[in-house]
Design a protein around this ligand. Structure first.
Ligand SMILES: C[S@@+](CC[C@H](N)C(=O)[O-])C[C@H]1O[C@@H](n2cnc3c(N)ncnc32)[C@H](O)[C@@H]1O
Length: 444
C-alpha cells in the first residue's frame, strides 16, 4: 500500500471512529421492513441476472465497510441460513456492530473484523455476495475499490455497491468545499466544526442559494452530528456520473447487472404518456445501451442520491430471455415462485381477505420498492397466487388451478380452453413478474 493509500485509510478510520455510521438505536430492526429485506435478499439480484431462484442456505456474504452493522443485520435477516462476514477499517464501528448483532441474537451467523477493503484477500475466503454500501465513493480510484471486492468474489458471485451522484448531490459538494476553505475539514476538526457550521448557516439570509438548497431545521437540533457529518462535513466524499460508473466497471473487468431500484430508472416513466413517447426519442431509446438510457435519465431527472448497482464477473453465458419473448413451449416447462419477501402470514391473510371480499389485493402495500405506483391485483389473481404460499408451482399446475377457478368464459359461458387459460395465466404472471412479485424460471 503506498503512502497516499495509507493516509486515505487513516482519514477514514479517524472520521468513522469519531462519528460511527449509522447511529440507528441498537434495538431498531429491519425485520418488518420488507422493502429493505427485498434489496438485501440474494434472491432478488440473482433472479434479475440469471432468471433463477437461488436458496440462501449456506451462502457466504461479505459486508465490506460494515460501519455499525445495521446492513450486516439486514443481510443476516434477509438471507436465512447464510453466513455474513463484516469488515471495517474503524475499530469503534466494528465494536458497535458487534454489540448490535449480539443484541439481535445473531453473533453465530455474523462474524466481524477490523480490516481494510484493500486487505480483503487476507481473509482467505470467496463470497457469493458482497455488499459495499456507502463506501466506494470515498476511494480515490473507484475501479481500485471494485477490483479489491472482485478479488474475493466467487465466479458466480454478485457485488452490490454505490456511488454518490455528482448531479443530485452537487449542493453538498459545494458546502464541503466552502467548509474546507474555512478550515473545518481538517483531521480531528469535527467537534469544533459542527457548531461553526450551524452558526454560519443560521446566520445566512434565508434566500441564499446554499442555505435554501442544503439546510434543514434538523441540522440545528442537538441531535445534528450524524446528519452534518454525513453531508456538509463528510470528508473524502466525491460525486460520480453514470459514465464514471461504467468506466470503472470496465477498468475493473466487471459486468453491470442492474441498478438496485431498476424500476425507478425508466426513461419512459418520466413522460406524460410512457406508451406514447415522442417518435424520435422512442426510436433512439429502442436501440440504446443500458448506459445510454441511464445517462438520459440522469440528465433529465437526477433525483437519486446514489448510483446504486449490482455487478459481477463478465460471463459468456447469454442473458436470459425476457418473459415477453418466451414461446409457449418454454412456458410449459416453467416453475413459479412467490418472492420470499411476500411469503408472510400478513400477505397470505390479505390475499384471503381479498378473495372473500372480492376486492383487489394491493401487493404494493407490502412491497413497494419495485414499483412507482400502486399495483392492484384482481381477487381472481389472488386466488391463483394462494397456492404459491405453500411453495413453488409448475406453470401447468397453475393453469389447471385457473381452469378450476374460471371453468367458463364469463361472457359466452363457453368452457375455457387450455390454450385460453394458458394465455390468461401468462398475462397475469408476466405483469406480476415485472415487479418480481412472482419469479418465473424456465427449466434448463
Ligand atoms: C458511510 S459508512 C457506511 C457504513 C455501512 N456500510 C452502511 O451503509 O450503513 C462508511 C464506512 O466505510 C468504512 N470504510 C471506509 N473506507 C474503508 C476501507 N477502505 N476499508 C474498510 N472500511 C472502510 C468506514 O470506516 C465507515 O464505517
Amino acid at each position: 500500500m503506498d503512502t497516499s493509500q495509507s493516509a486515505f485509510l487513516e482519514t477514514m478510520r479517524r472520521q468513522f471512529d469519531f462519528g460511527p455510521y449509522p447511529r440507528h438505536p441498537i434495538d431498531q430492526s429491519p425485520r418488518n421492513e420488507p422493502n429493505e429485506l427485498f434489496v438485501y435478499n440474494l434472491v432478488t439480484p440473482y433472479y434479475l441476472r440469471d432468471q433463477r431462484v437461488i436458496s440462501t442456505e449456506g451462502k457466504l456474504i461479505l459486508d465490506a465497510g460494515c460501519g455499525t452493522g445495521y446492513k450486516a443485520l439486514t443481510l443476516a435477516l434477509a438471507n436465512p441460513g447464510a453466513r455474513v462476514v463484516g469488515v471495517d477499517i474503524s475499530p469503534k464501528s466494528v465494536e458497535l456492530a458487534q454489540q448490535r448483532l449480539e443484541h439481535h441474537g445473531l453473533k453465530d451467523s455474523v462474524e466481524l473484523q477490523v480490516l481494510a477493503i484493500e486487505d480483503l484477500p487476507q481473509l482467505g475466503m470467496a463470497f457469493d455476495y458482497i455488499n459495499c454500501d456507502e463506501v466506494l465513493y470515498f476511494f480515490d480510484d473507484i475501479a481500485r475499490g471494485l477490483a479489491a471486492l472482485k478479488s474475493v468474489l466467487k465466479p458466480e458471485g454478485i457485488i452490490r455497491a454505490n456511488l454518490h451522484s455528482a448531479l443530485q448531490r452537487a449542493i453538498f459538494f459545494r458546502a464541503q468545499e466552502l467548509f474546507g476553505l474555512m478550515g473545518l475539514m481538517e483531521p480531528d476538526a469535527e467537534e469544533m466544526a459542527i457548531p461553526i457550521v450551524v452558526e454560519t448557516m443560521k446566520a445566512l439570509n434565508g434566500g441564499i442559494d446554499l442555505k435554501k438548497r442544503s439546510w434543514l431545521p434538523k441540522y440545528e437540533t442537538d441531535d445534528n452530528a450524524e446528519a452534518l457529518l454525513a453531508n456538509h462535513l463528510l470528508q473524502g466524499d466525491k460525486g460520480y456520473r453514470i459514465a464514471d460508473l461504467f468506466a470503472a466497471l470496465q477498468k475493473a473487468d466487471l459486468a453491470f447487472v442492474s441498478m438496485l431500484n431498476w424500476r425507478h430508472w425508466e426513461v419512459a416513466d418520466l413522460f406524460n404518456e410512457p406508451d406514447n413517447l415522442p417518435a424520435y426519442l422512442a426510436m433512439g431509446l429502442a436501440d440504446s445501451s443500458i448506459q445510454d438510457r441511464l445517462t438520459l435519465y440522469e440528465l433529465l431527472h437526477p433525483v437519486h442520491r446514489l448510483l446504486d448497482f449490482w455487478c459481477g464477473h463478465p460471463s459468456d453465458t447469454p442473458s436470459p430471455t425476457p418473459l415477453a419473448e418466451w414461446d409457449i413451449a418454454t412456458w410449459q416447462t416453467a416453475q413459479v415462485t412467490l418472492h420470499p419477501q411476500l411469503l408472510t402470514d400478513k400477505v397470505r391473510a390479505a390475499a384471503t381477505e381479498a378473495i372473500y371480499k372480492r376486492q383487489p389485493l394491493m401487493l404494493s402495500e407490502f412491497l413497494n420498492l419495485p414499483t412507482l405506483n400502486p399495483v392492484p391485483v384482481d381477487s381472481g389473481v389472488a386466488a391463483l397466487l394462494l397456492g404459491l404460499f405453500n411453495g413453488p408451482m409448475a406453470f401447468a399446475a397453475l393453469v389447471d388451478h385457473w381452469r378450476t377457478l374460471r371453468s367458463v368464459d364469463w361472457v359466452t359461458l363457453e368452457p375455457v380452453s387450455v390454450e385460453a387459460a394458458q394465455q390468461q395465466v401468462i398475462e397475469m404472471l408476466s405483469s406480476l413478474e415485472t415487479f418480481l412479485y412472482v419469479l418465473v424460471e424456465p427449466q434448463p
